[in-house]
Ligand binder design. Sequence first.
Ligand code: NAD
Length: 322
Amino acid sequence: MATRVVVTGAAGFIGSHLCEDLLARGHDVVGIDAFTDYYDPRIKRENVARAAASPGFRLVEGSLTSLDLTAALDGAATVVHLAAQPGVRASWGSTFEPYIENNVRATQRLCEAMKTIGGMRLVYAGSSSVYGQTAELPMREAHRTRPLSPYGVTKLAGEALALLYAQNYGMPAASLRFFTVYGPRQRPDMAFHRFIRAGLNGDPIEVYGSGTQTRDFTFVADAVAATVAAVAYAGGDSVFNIGGGSRVSLNHVLDLLGRVMNRRLDVRFVEPQKGDVTHTFADVSLAQRELGYAPTTSLEDGLAREVEWVDSLYRRFGRGVG
Ligand SMILES: NC(=O)c1ccc[n+]([C@@H]2O[C@H](COP(=O)([O-])OP(=O)(O)OC[C@H]3O[C@@H](n4cnc5c(N)ncnc54)[C@H](O)[C@@H]3O)[C@@H](O)[C@H]2O)c1
């Protein structure tokens, strides 16, 4: 059934794809975004342009920490809360403040507004980072959560707030714990984007650590399909792993990328970064069963799509954008 859906973080990587998908399904979409400068806001303007051209879309520009949220949420059945300050590395030290503001305080303010209005469903963008460093693989929703970075701590706090409001105020909520999402529009700070940019420019590719670390990579259309299913979900489960079903090492990704780009990549291994876990691997059986989730895009196809997009981005905006 088509309804009004509010998408926070609508101009971001995942949010902009989600808005387009929801609009194509006939939903009315209200997108909220503050166009923060963590990466170039020109990229975010372009991300959201296709959705913005649809008559079913309205953009509310501003921060969840200061907007009149009861007005912005008016008439909506569901809020998909993707807005956040992402990135593990910048969450250490003096740059921690935006993580508290945008991941914790913004989520609390959103939950308060939803409580006041009543009758709305919340889908929260959780993260595999909540699990932290663990030998228990694959990661299951019931596993202990002990984040390895300040970013992970704030994503876990946001998830806990969403579930807390759900429990206390009968506001249905689900958290989707995304495992490394990639594809067109991927953030410039993320590994694949950095690797592709360096490869296109003929620059050295810096890999943190030995490249033997593994990740469960999720193509963005698969993450969006899971989110759309969670919008319609009426069952009782509230936390779902969303992984891509292709857990591979970074060295494997680099081999594949060299083949997809048809060039020799100049790979240099540098110091591992604090906060990066060694392995992620999602058990997605709950999402499969409850949300009908089935990732369909192979890593090779997904990488090719991202290479095409990064190439066109740098052709249009120049190499300085990021
Ligand atoms: N990309 C991934 O691999 C991944 C993995 C796990 C979880 N997630 C989560 O998914 C969500 C989306 O991630 P993304 O990669 O698309 O990030 P993104 O940075 O591209 O998108 C986030 C958007 O939120 C906006 N925003 C930030 N703070 C805001 C605020 N206070 N008010 C309004 N808008 C605000 C930003 O301007 C940005 O456009 C985030 O919650 C992130 O933690 C992403």
